[in-house]
Design a protein. Structure first.
Length: 413
């Protein structure tokens, strides 16, 4: 017998959302930009540089991997066992609209506390190698802010879904719409609501370098009114820049560490890379994918839980499913991210026409940031949001060769 229309609607909607998600990723992702030579770290990194990177990763990866595993296993163990309902009941708080956020915050807190030992050891490795310069008070503060923001986001989703499930049996449609709007709102407001919780931002002082960046943006056709500098040096020696937000909240940010000792030509290339993100509206495109993925996830959640979502004692199951879903989606998200970052690199090369400094910049950033030069395949798929430094250098070298400006290996043999 055919399913009643009310029961088939979420299945149809889930299928449509899945197809829309696949179509959007397939159409908007730049799958091929230029033919690349085989990446080879030994062409551009000395034996000592490679050895330092290997030593760093040999020391830090056991701790960071253990922390990652704990952060997934703990929510799953709580949510898919009686522990979740016992946690909710143990609060002895009514009404549910207060108990649900506290339960969610409790799961996140338990997870955060259990990862403290592994994260402490990982931080000590970063301090040993000079990548981190945080004091332990700031480290604790950062963890507290992360806990609060994560708890708040999950709690809002949980309260909204439980409330909708209590009001109507077919809660998937308003739930999917509400969650999608939440993702859109967070992406839009992130630069002004979340980023200031971690860093202080100031306008780049007037001068030749600021004028050069604004002129580069004008040349690129990207409207940039200001360049912001983040006080990243209170936490790290890493070099970085980024674009966040869209529309009226879009901002171009450079780390103060990048401006200290980095050659101006290399800083210009980094900024050109970020302008590439702005020119292609990468944040907005990523948000669109996030909106579709979230709507699909809520619809799938409805198909798995249905009316049981109305029971607030099951809120830990929701947290567990979010943890499982984000983990399973990571390889696809990272694949898309690497392609987007490669396009921004390509944009930087076309805008500056400077493959020589591009290759030198990728080398210097990799050395300073102790970036992984040749990660294992599973780590590459699960964690790599950017191409590896040898892959990025290979692009610079390929672009230089194609445009009559070949780049020789940086390591002399």
């Amino acid at each position: 017998m055919p399913k009643p229309a009310g029961r088939s609607a979420p299945w149809i909607a889930g299928g449509v959302l899945a197809l829309a998600l696949v179509f959007t990723i397939a159409v908007t992702t730049p799958w091929h930009l230029i033919d690349l030579p085989e990446p080879d770290a030994t062409l551009d990194f000395t034996t000592a540089e490679i050895a330092r990177q290997n030593a760093f990763r040999h020391e830090i990866l056991p701790w960071s991997t253990a922390s990652w595993i704990i952060s997934i296993v703990v929510p799953l163990a709580i949510g898919f066992s009686p522990l979740g309902r016992r946690l909710y009941d143990g609060l002895r708080i009514r009404p549910w609209i207060i108990a649900v956020p506290l339960t969610v915050a409790g799961v996140v807190l338990i997870t955060s506390l259990l990862t403290v030992p592994t994260d402490v050891f990982a931080e000590r490795v970063s301090l040993k190698y000079g990548l981190s310069v945080r004091n332990w008070r700031l480290w604790v503060w950062d963890r507290g802010v992360n806990w609060a923001l994560t708890s708040l986001g999950l709690a809002v989703i949980a309260v909204v879904l439980v409330a909708m499930a209590k009001r109507r049996r077919g809660w998937w449609l308003p739930g999917a719409i509400a969650a999608a709007l939440l993702v859109l709102g967070i992406s839009f407001a992130y630069p002004v609501l979340v980023e200031p919780r971690f860093n202080h931002f100031t306008s780049m002082p007037a001068g030749a370098q600021r004028n050069q960046f604004l002129e580069l943006a004008k040349q690129d056709g990207v409207p940039v009114k200001d360049v912001l500098v983040a006080d990243a040096s209170k936490r790290t020696t890493a070099l970085n820049a980024y674009v966040s937000g869209f529309g009226s909240t879009r901002r171009l940010v450079v780390y103060d560490t990048l401006l200290k000792d980095t050659p101006p030509a290399q800083v210009r290339l980094v900024v050109a890379h970020e302008l590439g993100h702005a020119a292609e509206d990468d944040v907005l495109h990523g948000t669109l994918i996030g909106v579709l993925g979230t709507a699909f996830g809520i619809t799938l959640l409805y198909l798995l839980l249905g009316a049981r979502m109305a029971d607030p004692r099951r809120v830990t199951l929701l947290v567990a499913m979010v943890a499982a879903g984000t983990t399973l989606a990571s390889p696809v998200q990272n694949l898309v991210s690497r392609k987007i970052e490669a396009r921004a690199d390509y944009h930087s090369l076309r805008l500056t026409n400077d493959p020589q400094d591009f290759v030198a910049m990728q080398h210097d950033l990799a050395v300073q940031n102790i970036s992984g030069l040749d990660p294992s395949r599973w780590r590459y798929w699960m964690f790599a949001t950017h191409p590896t430094p040898p892959e990025r250098i290979a692009m610079g070298r390929a672009w230089g060769t194609a445009n009559g400006d070949p780049v020789p290996p940086l390591v002399k043999r």
